[in-house]
Design a protein around this ligand. Sequence first.
Ligand code: SF4
Ligand code: SF4
Length: 384
Amino acid sequence: MRELIKLNKNYKYNLDNKLVMHLDPDYVYIPIKKNYSLLVKNKDLVLKEQIIMENNLNKIISPISGVAKEIKMRNIAGASVPCLVIENDFKEKTKSMRKKSKIDSREALISKLYEYYFKYIASVLETHKINNLVINGIEDEPYIFNNPFILNNYCKEILAMADIIADFFAIDKIIVAIKASDTLNVNKCLSIIGTYPSVKLSLVDDKYLLGNSYFLKEYLHLEELDTLVLSAKELLDINNAIKNERHITESFITISGPCIEKSKVIKVKIGTLFKDIIDKNVKLTTPNVKYILNGLMTGEECDIANTIVATSTKGIIIIPDEKPQSEVCNNCGLCYKICPVKVNPKKVMDTGKISSNCLDCGLCSYMCPCHINLRKYLRGENEE
Ligand code: SF4
Ligand code: SF4
């Protein structure tokens, strides 16, 4: 078992326990991926959940109804990509509702998972004998709260869906993994799991990387091949697909940090511009700030006026705009010592030889006493 790190968190973020909705953006921006055909043209009317791009394997749907406009460049995870702009008509018009099909067998469930693009989960359930289903209610990034928040707000739906999957696939155990320090979820889960005899609660340490499926299985002493880990968000999305025939058009993001009045988890349409979300929902307490997309450990500074929410986006941390002075390496060896997969970041920095084992977890950069941005070297980028 690897020694994981308890992070020393410096900021006390005041989290609003109420879920905030930002589901009516004026525009959404949908990335046009390589090898996808665009199925709509300028000024076309688009319905919510209408397929707007596709290739042989996948289809991309619109999160809103409205009018297709021009193509604009927008940023996702630091990369600038062409996006189809859809102007919202605020009518949420969808095609006539699909007929709900009855999920009465494992085959029907698998087919529904494929239909709603949970291909990886469907193929694991089809090809492996799963004995443990872990509901991951942990968030790896220290100041992102999405998963615990979703578990707390949708605990009944998530447990019910896990129970359906366990039932069809004869899975013995359902384990809800949450941090022992997450008292809100401990109490919430304890009040509900009594109805599910196969569900057990597992309280884990507040250590970095336990939100990662690989480390979580190891920590819980579960076998790699007979264990399926699904996040609270994945189970909620599956629930919406199976029970309500709904595609994923919305996501949850955290806006937190020491430069705002209250940290929030916000439900947003995929493709919304971060600037719109922040302007309407967040009050800054200081003028000179910078925005870190997806968290302090694995994130990057971003321009909110150009960055959009993608399905994998976790949120934004707003911090003071002070650049820590990068110092010269003092050869303390800490970066190597704390690396969970035993990469030597200093050696990578000195030699330029990148290691394919690096998880890009950000621990080495976070812990370096000389504030060296080791992640840039590990990804083959030079420091500014
Ligand atoms: S933690 Fe920072 S200062 Fe210490 S050896 Fe690594 S790069 Fe150098
Ligand atoms: S970013 Fe890579 S090298 Fe640094 S601690 Fe994480 S896994 Fe190790």
